[in-house]
Design a binder for this molecule. Sequence first.
Ligand SMILES: [Zn+2]
Length: 164
Amino acid sequence: MVNYSLMITAELENLTDLQPQGGCDDPSFNYYFKLKCGNCGEVTPKEVCLCLTDVVPHGKGSTNLVKKCKFCSREGTVTMITGRGRPLTQIQSQFGHFTPLMVFDCRGVEPLDFSFGSGWQVESIEGTKFDGVDLSGGEFVEYDEKGECPVMISNLRASFDVLK
Ligand SMILES: [Zn+2]
């Protein structure tokens, strides 16, 4: 069992507090990434989708995803661990620092290639809230009427850090 922390950063222009809509532990937010089999190294051709409301009974407890490797048939599980996520602030963004969003307890598989989908929220430094932000195109460009300034999210980056 290895715990991986999903870390993200981005360039935020006149924006702060980038996070999944409803917060990092929003039960309906979908996290998309690929899985590498810990046995044979096969990578899933497509992203898997993880969501807190997807609960699968497994062994004596439950998990959020059970994935059988197409190549070697070994089964892997991914369980989400809540309470660790923090919004990406403008200051972190300016320094190129990453913020944790979610922790994944992975057994038999390794997460990689996180995809930024839709359903994000962010606010301008003037306090204007932007909901339902779609980052699947890699960028978000808007205009903050209240602050009378352009706002932008760009240069999205993500990694999975092993928690010791
Ligand atoms: Zn395999």
